[in-house]
Design a protein around this ligand. Structure first.
Ligand code: FNR
Length: 189
């Protein structure tokens, strides 16, 4: 069994450190996880008027989540919360009312920041939203990554052994979490 993981990068930056982190997470993930990015950059700002007829970008978002066995969020911290672009994507996915795309979906949360806090507050903020959206979050381990550009290679390789272990363990636990959730809550995709 191969699990399809749709991953969100919470940053729109062309030099995103969270995109760099995503490459490392994918590189060190177990072989039975396959990854597809779910893009958030072309979504208009959500408004309830869209509910009766979602635009192509909104539909593509919901279809991408529906096609995923699990979702993984790799996000920066903006002003002690998540970036607005990511919150906008979450709002799109949660609507129209009664068609919340995250219901019962296995989910993981991780992020990198240049500071020692490593997106801890953004992750807590994101967890609150995902709880309300009824996603089945992995609660442990947590991973708050204080980003050091020197240890990441072009293709996701990580030269620091202890960080490599943290990321490898995180992805192994995420894989096991996905399997556990899907055992009792299979996705009908
Ligand atoms: C930041 N940054 C930041 N860092 C942090 O640790 N806590 C914070 O609350 C904030 N707030 C914040 C707000 C805004 C508007 C910006 C632009 C930046 C710094 C942030 O961690 C840094 O820019 C990262 O490089 C952002 O991640 P990406 O975009 O490189 O993945």
């Amino acid at each position: 069994m191969v699990y399809q993981v749709g991953y969100f990068i919470g940053s729109l930056s062309s030099t995103s450190i969270n995109r760099t982190l995503s490459k490392a997470l994918i590189r060190y993930a177990p072989d039975d996880l396959e990854f597809t990015e779910i893009s958030i950059k072309d979504l208009p700002l959500y408004a309830p008027e869209y509910d009766k007829d979602y635009p192509p970008e909104g539909r593509a978002l919901k279809e991408a989540i529906a096609a995923s066995d699990a979702v993984l969020f790799i996000t920066p911290e903006y002003n002690r919360s998540i970036p607005g672009a990511l919150k906008n994507a979450l709002d799109w996915a949660s609507r129209p009312y009664g068609e919340n795309s995250f219901d019962h979906v296995p989910a993981g949360v991780i992020g990198a920041s240049p500071s020692g806090l490593g997106t801890a507050l953004a992750q807590q903020s994101l967890r609150g939203v995902l709880s309300y959206c009824n996603a089945r979050q992995m609660t442990s381990p947590e991973a708050y990554i204080a980003f050091d550009a020197d240890v990441y290679g072009e293709d996701g390789e990580v030269s620091d052994e202890s960080l490599r272990k943290v990321l490898t363990d995180y992805m192994q636990e995420f894989r096991d979490h996905v399997e556990r959730v899907l055992t009792v809550l299979p996705r009908d995709t």
